[in-house]
Design a protein around this ligand. Structure first.
Ligand SMILES: Nc1ncnc2c1ncn2[C@@H]1O[C@H](COP(=O)(O)OP(=O)(O)OP(=O)(O)O)[C@@H](O)[C@H]1O
Length: 251
């Protein structure tokens, strides 16, 4: 379980531009849960993801992954448990390296043992098998540079790499926002399958209300750094598009 206890993040403390991006947020993300986070621009969603990933540290509060306190651990230490997929398909993978080499790098992040595995045929076979499950035909293109693939293909492979690296928590930061509608749906479906099959604890940030309603087991809304709505799976399933859009009418 990932627990956030009274997490607060303030930027530009003491200056005229001071802003409390995340304010006293307490959340428990159960193992295997899939939480969708929505909120207007500037409501603190990305900052919250940064605080969980470790690219920013909270000013106040505690964060626990299982029994371990992680709020002061740098991102590269947390990356063995926590992965993040960004909006831009170019982020997170090396464009000039082949698909296979990108998988090797992802494995290296997790464990040098896996990287040793990476130099023999077993690893290639394992990657080919996993890539085949995407049903995009990419298992025949493992030597192709990542940069030559479409955005949807890159996002799908990025998701797969995070799982092969054996993480527990997956942060999805508008992963479909830069994709055409068909690729967006494809990537969201792949993410859904991966989260379910690998029992990941997932947190998705999206501005797409359709996605927010269709995916996940919980829906949270942030406003000015605070969690203002929190719906479990049952309450979420009773929501409709118009109602969720109305939550933004204030703006
Ligand atoms: N590095 C920073 N320095 C100063 N202020 C920041 C910084 N990062 C975020 N903020 C401010 O914190 C607040 C929350 O921003 P954040 O990016 O977390 O919102 P968001 O909900 O992710 O927005 P969006 O939907 O536009 O991505 C905003 O007022 C923003 O201007």
């Amino acid at each position: 379980m990932l627990q956030l206890q009274h997490i607060t993040k303030i930027f530009n403390t003491g200056k005229a531009t001071e802003v409390t991006a995340v304010q006293d947020v307490t959340l428990q993300l159960e193992d295997g849960s899939y939480t969708v986070l929505i909120g207007a621009n500037g409501s603190g969603k990305s900052t919250l993801l940064n605080l969980i990933a470790g690219t920013a540290y909270p000013d106040r509060g505690k964060m626990l992954l299982g029994a371990q306190e992680i709020q002061r651990l740098p991102d590269y230490r947390r990356s063995q448990w926590i992965a993040r997929v960004f909006q831009n398909p170019l982020t997170g993978t090396a464009a000039s390296l082949s698909i296979l080499d990108n998988f090797r790098m992802a494995a290296l992040r997790k464990s040098p043992k896996l990287a040793r595995l990476g130099v023999d045929g077993t690893f290639r076979k394992l990657v080919a098998e996993k890539v085949a499950t995407l049903e995009m035909g990419l298992e025949h293109k493992l030597a192709q540079p990542m940069g030559t693939l479409s955005g949807g293909q890159r996002q799908a492979l990025t998701l797969l790499m995070t799982v092969m690296a054996g993480v527990d928590v997956l942060l999805l930061d508008e992963p479909s926002a830069a994709l055409d509608p068909r690729s967006a749906r494809e990537v969201m479906e792949i993410a859904n399958r991966i989260i379910r099959d690998h029992k990941l604890t997932a947190l998705l940030v999206t501005h797409n209300i359709g996605e927010a309603l269709h995916y996940g087991t919980r829906l949270i809304q942030m406003e000015t750094g605070r969690v203002i709505r929190d719906f479990d799976a049952v309450a979420k399933s009773a929501l409709d598009h118009a109602e969720v859009v109305s939550w933004f009418d204030y703006y």
